[in-house]
Design a protein around this ligand. Sequence first.
Ligand SMILES: NC(=O)c1ccc[n+]([C@@H]2O[C@H](COP(=O)([O-])OP(=O)(O)OC[C@H]3O[C@@H](n4cnc5c(N)ncnc54)[C@H](OP(=O)(O)O)[C@@H]3O)[C@@H](O)[C@H]2O)c1
Length: 321
Amino acid sequence: MTIAQARSAPLVAIVGATGTQGGSVIKALLESDKPYRIRGFTRDVSKAAAEALKKQGVEMVAVNLVVENNEGVAKAFAGADYVFLVTNFWEHMDTTRESSEGKMLIDAAKAAGVKGIIWSGLQSPKNISEGKITRVVHFDGKASVSEYGRVSGVPFVVVQAGIYASSLLEPAIARSMLEKQPDGTYVLPWAVRPSTIVPLIDMANDYGLYVRAVLERPVFPDGLDVYTSSENVTAEEMARQLSEGTGKKVTFKQITPEEFIKPLETLGFPPVATDSLQGFWEYFDEFGYYGGQVTGLEGLARPTRTFAEFVKGSDWSEVFV
Ligand SMILES: NC(=O)c1ccc[n+]([C@@H]2O[C@H](COP(=O)([O-])OP(=O)(O)OC[C@H]3O[C@@H](n4cnc5c(N)ncnc54)[C@H](OP(=O)(O)O)[C@@H]3O)[C@@H](O)[C@H]2O)c1
């Protein structure tokens, strides 16, 4: 569809519009036959991703979504009916900053009088493990924002992101995930049991479908928690499908969380990140990525992409080198 300009169409304001999650939400709304006005945020409206969105009719607004600019943030949300909120922990790796910014975004949306907030939260390993695993700050920071949103008085839905299938395509990350062996085959060394269920999501293609399904319910489903996935596969099956789709031999190997973070330390990841990731693997192996919650949502507008389809449709030339 083309984006609606009529004021009767709901205005959806999207944080992270130029990024993976926000971009996926915009793609899904553009696919809808329902009319939407879409406002996207970026710090730089001249960047290619912002220009491309403008060409599709998205109103792109330049704003720095930081606590120091809370007045600017409130103005940016003015007139919105719904907002999609996400924070990017990995840009600064500061959990206090991530939770303050998430809460500030909720306050700004509330002040703007929106009818509903959709927040990209994650589980709380600290709560799920009953205090045993406390260092997964890139999850617990987001979980604290979810708690804040649930009592904000504004209808609030959390749409949690599964594990990005696309992470396997990013050479810097993939090289720590896919180890080339002397015989030319590859090992996928993850710190979980081979039978662990991995809720893989093709973010660009499928995450927005879940957000769209929430927006297109007859009544905004206040209090709903959504656990996204394109397909749930076991860790071992993931390696098998990678082999089948790429023609490279990939074997799954269970390693320890300590072993997993070693190459990241070499790549220069700071202790806050490696510590959080180490705790993540401990949590994931013992409790599951979503802490045992069921993935999926009724009413998705089209089927999600299987991992096999993702593998076949992706260019792996930079990864298997
Ligand atoms: N990788 C995984 O498996 C996984 C799984 C679940 C959750 N996550 C979470 O996903 C989050 C990242 O989301 P993503 O993948 O969509 O990130 P991304 O592709 O890197 O995009 C980040 C977006 O945030 C915007 N942004 C960041 N800081 C901003 C600021 N100060 N003001 C305005 N806009 C700002 C960027 O806009 P501009 O740069 O254009 O300004 C960009 O659009 C992380 O918090 C991570 O923990 C990741």
